[in-house]
Design a protein around this ligand. Structure first.
Ligand SMILES: Nc1ncnc2c1ncn2[C@@H]1O[C@H](COP(=O)(O)OP(=O)(O)OP(=O)(O)O)[C@@H](O)[C@H]1O
Length: 237
């Protein structure tokens, strides 16, 4: 019996008349990295946005340790412990690294925030060196580090990562892979969307494939014994 952190059942999301998720159901286990795969437009980002409340599901349930999140506003869902790093990263470019990080701790008291800041700089020493720089002066990989660091400042139960490697060079993708390794070693629970399959399979413990608005073909990455090609054919062909 696995310890389930997030349970999604029969989730439906539409944009106007266009149904994107049609009864998607799956669980995220505590401490795992679960990756959502699927063709372009299959609803991967929509799924993350529905979980964190940026999009209101038409129906269905999103339960975090038994607490229903579906229908709550994003700030309420954040307060329950779900943080998202979106594709756009949403940093304030003219604010310093440290000020961007501090914004992530707003749901917590100031003494905990100071502690979280120290932990973040331990995790990402490069950010400590750049703490007084405006984030616009950082490289893409460093900006991604700030975005992830800021999300972790809230000490979330669940971290949603939307395309963490998006737009980054192979070298920076490797840095992101290392960051994810650190988070996994710390036991952070991750739900990730990632087009870079090397990164997706390296980081993920399990994966779910979204097709026709439903979650199908979930599997255990270790059990695939490196046969990623079969899965890729299954998803994209
Ligand atoms: N705000 C919106 N209004 C209308 N349609 C939308 C909106 N956002 C997304 N869509 C549509 O919903 C579908 C799913 O989009 P979504 O971004 O979730 O897909 P995805 O699986 O993340 O795709 P990709 O791999 O290309 O990033 C797409 O057809 C997209 O055009």
């Amino acid at each position: 019996m696995h310890d389930i952190l997030l349970s999604i059942s029969d989730l439906n999301v539409s944009y106007g008349k266009k149904a994107i998720l049609r009864g998607a159901s799956y669980d995220v286990r505590r401490g795992e990295c679960l990756t959502l795969l699927g063709a372009n437009g299959s609803g991967k980002s929509t799924s993350l946005n529905a979980i964190c409340g940026f999009i209101k599901p038409t129906s269905g349930s999103v339960k975090l340790m038994g607490t229903e999140l579906a229908g709550l506003d994003p700030h309420r869902i954040f307060a329950h412990g779900v943080a998202q790093v979106s594709q756009a990263r949403d940093l304030f470019p003219d604010l310093t690294v440290e000020d961007n990080l501090r914004l992530g701790a707003m749901r917590r008291g100031s003494s905990t925030a100071a502690q979280s800041l120290a932990t973040t700089y331990q995790r990402f020493p490069r950010l400590a060196d750049r703490r007084k720089q405006p984030t616009r002066t950082l490289s893409g990989g460093e900006q991604q580090m700030v975005a992830i660091g800021r999300a972790l400042m809230s000490d979330p139960l669940l971290l949603l990562l939307d395309e963490p490697s998006g737009g980054l060079s192979p070298q920076l993708c490797e840095e992101i892979a290392q960051i994810i390794d650190i988070l996994k070693a710390e036991g952070v629970t991750l739900l990730m969307v990632e087009q870079n399959l090397n990164l997706a399979f390296r980081a993920a413990d399990r994966f779910i494939v979204l097709r026709d608005g439903q979650a199908v073909d979930g599997g255990d990455v270790a059990a695939m014994a490196g046969d990623h090609e079969a899965i890729v054919r299954n998803i994209y062909l």
